[in-house]
Design a protein around this ligand. Structure first.
Ligand code: BG6
Length: 473
């Protein structure tokens, strides 16, 4: 393990859902695995008045409720909590940042040297601009160790809600920070099976040569959830499924399947190749939108709390996307996601064309199409469907399956949670799994016109717990 100089992690909005469910369990796991710097401290910053003791109790409860490696011993927990403290403050008040700076100096005094600073904005996006400006004007983003230390900022999606707002946020960010200080989180990129796609594609001669429209018939990217909007009515109604998961998670999954081989595994090479895919997405037009986009809403959505009773917001979408380059010309990419569906499943299915010739029984249609399924969740793995003669006297060809299921091989605990990976990489300064400015810009350039045009497409309805609307392309 490389040595990292002392590091202080400041979490804004620390009493919120994200910190409770994801960040503290992830930080605790990293601590237990010895993956945090040998000297580190976490300062929670929020509006609520809390003593250090009550804050530590809050953190302990979050870990006990949401960490997957349970039960942790009391000693292990106490050891982690020793690294955690709280600072009350207002996000829009300059004095609060001065107080925070004083607290951080005290932490540095404890380390006996100036520490790296990682600012995690676990707050609603409308607060980003104010917090970032205060961080910058209070001097907190200037590394106190000169060339030795760093300061980084981690922000959560959504990065804007269309091209203009995303560009505005980016201009603001780039006025205050260098690109290498900015870590935009799309936690899907940090999911284990997604990280595997590049290794799988570029380490297996068996598939690499077939990875194009010459042999591949279609690609489906699905993100299905049984959960509904879980009381997030105000946010969701203003957002919709396409902005919530389409512009980011789904398009990033598509990029990993479709991108060209990067020159190296260096962050800039990988991010550049992902961006190139977005650049080549064929724009949807008012003319073709009806045959390329489906949007729908689950029954009862309009009765959810804080949802407009006349709402036209989609909770489901399916797009037929194309990538206009030599490798993928004319290959449809079906991008689909929905809430309150029958199953929770995120997967990518690559379906191959049938062989050009068929040793089929007379009159039988050629239906043997190989497929590769990358299951992102719930049961991470990769499986390949292929065809064989069924043992016996008759000449029957049947489908078989070669699978690698992560949990069966390495167990649950060995698969890091995406937030562990996000924090781990940010501390090490590796931006590979974080979308770049140009990725954010290009994905909005693809998504925004769809949102604009599809008002002319009827909003369908589907039953809760169903497979979504019963229509297809
Ligand atoms: C978030 C969306 O980005 O991703 C949520 O805002 C969605 O609406 C979630 O439920 C899905 O993430 P995961 O990791 O639970 O599949």
């Amino acid at each position: 393990m490389e040595t990292i100089s002392p590091t202080t992690i400041v979490i804004f909005g620390v009493t919120g859902d994200l910190a409770q469910r994801k960040l503290f369990p992830a930080l605790f796991e990293l601590h237990s695995k010895g993956f945090l710097p040998s000297k580190y401290h976490i300062v929670g910053f929020s509006r609520r008045e809390l003593s250090t003791e009550s804050f530590q109790k809050f953190v302990k409860e979050a870990i006990v409720s949401f960490s997957k490696k349970m039960p942790a011993s009391e000693t292990e927990l106490a050891d982690f909590l020793f690294h955690v403290s709280y600072k009350q403050g207002l996000f829009d008040n300059a004095d609060s940042y001065k107080n925070l700076a004083d607290t951080l100096s005290l932490v540095d005094d404890g380390f006996g040297q100036c520490s790296n600073k990682l600012f995690y904005l676990a707050v609603p996006p409308n607060l980003y601009e104010g917090i970032l400006s205060h961080l910058s004007s209070s001097g907190l983003t200037i590394p106190c160790g000169g060339d030795q230390g760093w300061t980084r900022v981690l922000i959560e999606k959504p990065f804007g809600r269309d091209v203009e707002t995303a560009q505005k946020l980016d201009h603001h960010l780039s006025d205050l920070f260098q690109e290498e200080q900015i870590f935009r989180i799309d936690h899907y990129l940090a999911k284990e099976t997604l990280q595997n796609i590049l290794a799988f594609r570029f380490s297996n001669a068996l598939f690499e040569h077939l990875w194009s429209g010459e042999y591949i018939e279609s690609v489906s990217v699905k993100l299905f959830e049984t959960l509904d909007i879980l009381g997030r009515g105000a946010f969701y109604d203003a957002t919709g499924a396409l902005r919530d998961v389409g512009q980011n998670h789904i398009l990033q999954m598509l990029a990993l399947v479709a991108m060209e081989r990067p020159k190296s595994l260096k962050p800039e090479s990988v991010r550049r190749e992902r961006a190139r895919v977005f650049e080549k997405l064929t724009p949807m037009t008012r003319k073709n939108i009806e045959t390329h986009a489906i949007r729908a809403q689950y029954e009862g959505y309009k009765d959810e709390q804080n949802v407009n009773p006349e709402s036209e917001t989609e909770t489901y979408f399916k797009l037929k996307a194309f990538i206009n380059n030599e490798r993928w010309k004319d290959v449809p990419f079906y991008l689909e996601s929905g809430k309150a569906l029958k199953e929770t499943k995120t997967e990518i299915v690559v379906t191959f064309k049938p062989c050009t010739t068929c040793l089929c029984i007379d009159g039988e249609k050629h239906k043997h199409k190989n497929s590769i399924t990358f299951t992102i969740q719930p049961n991470e793995g990769v499986s390949i469907e292929y065809f064989m003669k069924k043992p016996g006297f008759d000449s029957v060809v049947e489908a078989q399956d070669l699978s690698y299921i992560y949990r069966e091989s390495v167990g649950d605990v060995a698969i890091p949670d995406a937030y562990e990976k996000v924090l781990y990489d940010c501390i090490r300064g590796d931006q590979t799994l974080f979308p770049s400015t140009s990725e954010v810009d290009l994905t909005w350039k693809y998504i925004s016109p769809i949102i604009e045009h599809w008002k002319s497409v009827p909003l369908l309805s589907y039953e809760r717990g169903s497979h979504g609307p019963q229509v297809s392309f």
